[in-house]
Design a protein around this ligand. Structure first.
Ligand code: GCO
Ligand code: MG
Length: 405
């Protein structure tokens, strides 16, 4: 069997997605997600100019060798653009292998380790009351875990809260340049613990709670926050500080027992190696799309398991349904799976372009048995939604200093 033809497809059914379609000479094809939010066309160029020409004529069964060829063989290793391109190829090849075998990808990984995939929803709000009302709705729907984000008084457009459009995931701006948002660590620190205090007072301790700091604190500030939140027993505190310097997490760890999660912008195991071996985190959030695909995800997860770290792949809606399906196959297998971020199955437009094998029941994501990843892409429908350049916001401190968004 040979790879005969490859398509790099771009569509914007509510937001931009880059999809790779690898077609074999037998007619069997596989799909991969190559979306990097706000940098979509960089991946398209990398795929078209540097990756696709090297794949034509190759045996699609050789997933590992092709991965090594694109990673080691490129000399220029790592980085989100390169790794998203490799990830798309890797996912598409697993999809093809599953279709040839007539088995869902999770069977090729080692089979099911659980019945369903525990998911955490997002309860957001402009006020604590609004956030808690949304938390209540999710508890009623059966969620076992929920992320809480709330607007910080005095800071417009706080990350992860309901903005004017009442849809905080409308992170792709309509403006021609990145929008700017304000941040104040003291305003945040003086307010945020109240959200968790009230959540526990109202709903008790059965529901698992998560919070995303979005990398806005220094390690010692994160340590302080972790300590303040200890009475409210979070499942984890996400992206408390950036981990460009992985040693920083040692500082956080030395001061608090609040569990820590990080990894949504990680691209390879090297971004997390020290965090793993020093056991300074509890959950690793690397995504299949941004971490080079299913092949490295499995290796990283086995490595992390040796240090009692569980997997909680990034699940924002700027990952396409192909990545969400890849995560579902991975999650249902991974012995050290922790939890999956989940904010629904997308808009009507999205569901017309992508069909997927996922459903939701009582707090669990369920995966229908279909060969491969079980996702399909309607190319004709996709043409209706043209790509539009858009950016993630940037953040500044109140004095104008550029900060982490
Ligand atoms: C999350 C993430 C997202 C990212 C977004 C960037 O925890 O879901 O932090 O909100 O910011 O996916 O493209
Ligand atoms: Mg996050």
């Amino acid at each position: 069997m040979k790879i005969e033809h490859i398509k790099v497809l771009v569509s914007r059914p509510s937001r931009n997605f880059v999809t790779l379609k690898i077609i074999t000479d037998s007619g069997i094809y596989g799909l991969g997600d190559a979306t990097v939010n706000g940098r979509e066309m960089a991946v398209v160029a990398y795929l078209k100019e540097h990756v696709v020409p090297c794949l034509l004529g190759r045996d699609p069964h050789q997933i590992e060798d092709i991965w090594q060829y694109l990673y080691k063989g490129a000399y220029w290793r790592r980085g989100p653009i390169t790794m998203a391109a490799i990830a798309a190829v890797d996912m598409a090849l697993w999809d093809i292998k599953g279709k040839i075998a007539g088995l869902p990808v999770y069977q090729l990984l080692g089979g099911k380790s659980r019945k369903g995939i525990t998911a955490y929803a997002h309860a957001n709000g402009a006020t604590i009351d609004e956030t808690l009302e949304n938390l209540g709705k999710f508890i009623k729907q059966g969620f076992k875990a929920v992320r809480l984000q709330c607007a910080i008084p005095g800071l417009e457009d706080t990350y992860g809260t309901l903005g004017k459009k009442k849809d905080y995931f409308e992170l792709q701006s309509d403006r021609p340049l990145p929008p700017e948002q304000l941040w104040s660590t003291s305003k945040y620190m003086n307010f945020i613990t109240e959200l968790f205090k009230q959540a526990r007072a109202e709903y008790g301790y059965d529901i698992q709670l998560v919070h995303d700091v979005h990398s806005r604190l220094t390690p010692i500030e994160s340590a302080q926050l972790g300590k303040l939140l200890e009475p409210y027993k979070l499942m984890f505190l996400e992206d408390a500080s950036p981990a460009d310097n992985q040693d920083g997490y040692q500082i956080i760890r030395n001061h608090t027992t609040t569990p820590l999660a990080i990894g949504e912008i990680f691209n390879t195991v090297w971004d997390a190696k020290d965090l793993i071996t020093n056991q300074t985190i509890d959950y690793l959030r690397i995504a299949a799309t941004h971490g080079g695909g299913i092949t490295p995800l499995k290796k990283i997860s086995d490595f992390a398991a040796m240090y009692n770290i569980r997997m909680a792949p990034h699940g924002a809606p700027d990952l396409s349904p192909i990545c969400h399906a890849a995560h579902a196959h991975f999650n249902i297998w991974a012995p050290n799976f922790g939890v999956q971020e989940f904010i629904g199955f997308g808009t009507e437009a999205l569901n017309k372009v992508f069909s997927h094998p996922l459903s939701f029941d009582n707090g669990y994501i369920l995966l229908e048995d279909k060969p491969g990843l079980g996702v399909d892409y309607n190319e004709e429908e996709a043409l209706k939604y043209e790509y539009k350049r858009s950016y993630l916001p940037v953040t500044r401190l109140e004095d104008g200093t550029l900060w982490y968004w």
